[in-house]
Design a protein around this ligand. Structure first.
Ligand code: FES
Ligand code: FES
Length: 167
């Protein structure tokens, strides 16, 4: 099948796609967007989290055919040309990245949270990130990064996300 979708604001097409292959495979192997990571391919780790029609999903669990004519936002779309998104800057500033394998999925999940909930509580942050597993950290720096991102986001009113500017 020919797959047409909008990724990070750009119309993209992939040919010879099998309907049952995953959206993650399409993004990484057919569209040259390797930011979303494949760690478990079973919906368990969240490293493949992307926005699908502005809702975070595990791209490894979305069949390519389900993405036909829909809007996808990946970690590559979080920053604009000039600067990092608030979540990206905060992860750097708080040292929340070690090996980085979980980071793309965490960034999308955190970006979604801070754009839905301007002042998230620690419980809300934990709940929002519950589907994203990090093998490297004790999560404290990740928590700190999301708090910092939320504070900065609330302070500027800027949404850096592809998917978080919901109406
Ligand atoms: S690779 Fe998709 S949830 Fe782990
Ligand atoms: S930073 Fe290594 S898995 Fe999270």
């Amino acid at each position: 099948m020919r797959l047409n979708l909008n990724v990070n604001g750009r119309a993209m097409t992939a040919d010879d796609v099998w309907e049952g292959e995953s959206l993650l495979y399409v993004l990484r192997e057919r569209l040259g967007l390797p930011g979303s990571k494949n760690a478990c391919e079973q919906g368990e780790c969240g490293s493949c989290t992307v926005y699908l029609d502005r809702v975070p999903v595990c791209a490894c669990l979305v069949a390519a055919g389900q993405a036909q004519d829909r809007e996808v936002g990946t970690v590559e779309g979080l920053a604009d040309e000039e600067e990092l998104a608030p979540v990206q800057r905060a992860f750097v500033d708080e040292g929340a990245v070690q090996c980085g394998f979980c980071t793309p999925g965490l960034l999308v999940a955190a970006d979604d949270l801070i754009n839905r909930v301007p002042e998230p509580s620690d419980a809300e942050i934990r709940e929002a990130l519950a589907g994203n597993l990090c093998r490297c950290t004790g999560y404290e720096k990740i928590m700190a990064a999301v708090r910092t991102a939320a504070e900065r986001n609330a302070g500027t009113g800027i949404s850096g996300s592809t998917g978080g500017d919901r109406e």
